[in-house]
Design a protein around this ligand. Structure first.
Ligand SMILES: [Zn+2]
Length: 147
């Protein structure tokens, strides 16, 4: 399921970058007092493994997206897109496991053949942000993706 990163960082979706940063630092200190990671820290994966703290991991992931204004913009757009799809409620909601999608090596997109034989498409970015609803532009079927 696509996560609401703003809820994880306990900030308003309209919060400034500064406010998001402050909230992240507060949460990071609270849940990981030994090490305050910064974005792009290569030791982070190691720390996560050692720590095994799921919540801290979620906080870090949320920060890696929302802490970067460009990525935040992309996330906002994708989240909005997702809400529109859920509200529009296409004819049938199917459920498809993510491993039912095949990766196209040419475009790096993930494809799933729809009933109408058109393809449902997830981009790498969609997958990275775990977009969990995808719409077929031909038959307007909405499909829920299980990661
Ligand atoms: Zn279709």
């Amino acid at each position: 399921e696509m996560e609401n990163l703003y809820e994880i960082l306990q900030v308003d979706p309209k919060a400034s970058q500064q406010e998001i940063k402050r909230s992240f630092q507060k949460l990071a200190l609270k849940f990981h007092p030994d090490k305050l990671p910064t974005r792009g820290d290569t030791n982070m994966a190691e720390t996560r493994d050692r720590d095994g703290c799921q919540l801290f991991q979620r906080i870090s992931t949320a920060w890696s997206v929302l802490g970067d204004p460009d990525q935040r913009k992309q996330y906002d757009a994708l989240w909005h897109h997702r809400c529109v799809l859920f509200e529009s409620c296409g004819p049938i909601h199917d459920r498809v496991p993510f491993n039912g999608f095949k990766k196209c090596t040419e475009t790096n997109e993930y494809l799933y053949e729809c009933r109408c034989s058109d393809y449902l498409v997830l981009t790498e970015q969609d997958v990275c942000l775990k977009l969990d609803v995808v719409n077929c532009s031909t038959c307007s079927l909405n499909v829920i993706v299980d990661y």
